[in-house]
Ligand binder design. Structure first.
Ligand code: G3H
Ligand code: 13P
Ligand code: ZN
Length: 312
């Protein structure tokens, strides 16, 4: 068994009207928590790593941890670079054995985004690695870049077609109203599904069939874990995510990859807070990290059943 790229996963997801979960990993308990749920549901999964996470985990540890997950579960697992900021970071990930990378040139002008994406696609495809790019801007915070809500620019369908045609990129992350982090909407949650449909129509009309779209910033911000944080000394008032039914709808459309990081962070942090708050005498990390791992499994199981639909 070896890591796989996302090609076959997305082909099957598009045809089946479901999406693959892409979960951010930062340590062993998170990796195990995610794949335990995927193993029980027999579903493929994308484990994704930001540049910051790669630095935190250290490349060799992260690669071996993910290889261990493949060895133990026998599942189709892709190791994906999340929000690769430049060609060099993507190259580093590919050379380390990642099977999928994202080059995020969304903050550059269109022509520049096309150029940088093309360069990554060329290097990646020669090595059987799939590439995701992003067009449009998500409101909120992406790595170090602050994009104010007012500046948020949704993806233009004509530009999406031009971008895919010119770059040959394997999947495209679009902006339709989602954003990163735990505070996605002040008022009512809204996603621009008409825009998503239009993008697919444009691609289909140009002969690009079943093209996989990626949804970033797609945590539901589960109120159970927000409460668990707040009841145990946290301060996360007003945290709000994307309603589950909206994510399910996106998964039944062209969205083949749904990114979730905040939900994992909340489940992990809520669990740790709970153990330490309820048992101030506890100092065995296995107790609080262990509950975190269990709750990550529970959370991911719920995502597979209610959001992704990626099990047989
Ligand atoms: O979209 C970004 C992910 O949530 C990763 O965040 O750069 O803090 O690891 P990070
Ligand atoms: P959330 O902050 O909604 O979990 O989004 C994560 C993401 O898009 C990672 O790339
Ligand atoms: Zn993202």
């Amino acid at each position: 068994m070896a890591l796989v790229n996302t090609k076959k996963m997305f082909e099957e997801a598009f045809k089946g009207g479901y999406a693959i979960g892409a979960f951010n990993i930062n340590n062993m308990e998170i990796v195990q928590g995610i794949v335990d749920a995927c193993k029980a549901k027999n579903t493929p999964v994308i484990l994704q790593v930001s540049a910051g996470a790669m630095k935190y985990m250290r490349p060799a540890y992260l690669k071996h941890l993910v290889d261990a997950a493949v060895e133990e579960t026998g599942l189709d697992i892709a190791l994906h670079l999340d929000h690769g900021p430049d060609f060099e970071t993507c190259k580093k990930a590919i050379d380390l054995g990642f099977t999928s990378v994202m080059i995020d040139g969304s903050h550059h002008p269109l022509e520049e985004n096309i150029e940088i994406t093309k360069k990554v696609v060329e290097y990646a495809h020669e090595r059987n690695v799939t590439v995701e790019a992003e067009l449009g801007r998500l409101a909120g915070v992406e790595d170090d870049v602050d994009v104010s809500e007012a500046d948020a620019i949704y993806t233009d369908p004509d530009e999406a077609l031009e971008f895919v045609q010119k770059t040959g990129v394997d999947s495209l992350a679009i902006a339709i109203g989602t954003s990163h982090g735990a505070y996605k909407f002040k008022g009512e949650a809204k996603l621009d599904f008409a825009r998503l449909e239009k993008i697919t129509e444009k691609l289909e009309a140009a002969g690009i069939h079943n093209y996989p779209i990626v949804l970033h910033g797609a945590s539901a911000v589960d109120q159970k874990y927000v409460a668990m944080c707040n009841e145990n000394g946290g301060n996360l008032g007003g945290a709000k995510g994307i309603p589950t039914e909206m994510l399910r709808k996106a998964a039944s459309m062209a969205v083949c990859k749904i990114n979730m990081d905040t939900d994992i962070r909340l489940a992990m942090t809520g669990s740790i807070r709970k153990v330490l708050n309820e048992k101030p005498e506890e100092f065995d990390p296995r107790k609080y990290l262990g509950l975190g791992r269990e709750n990550v499994t529970d959370l991911v199981t719920g995502k597979i059943e209610n959001v992704l639909g990626s099990y047989k």
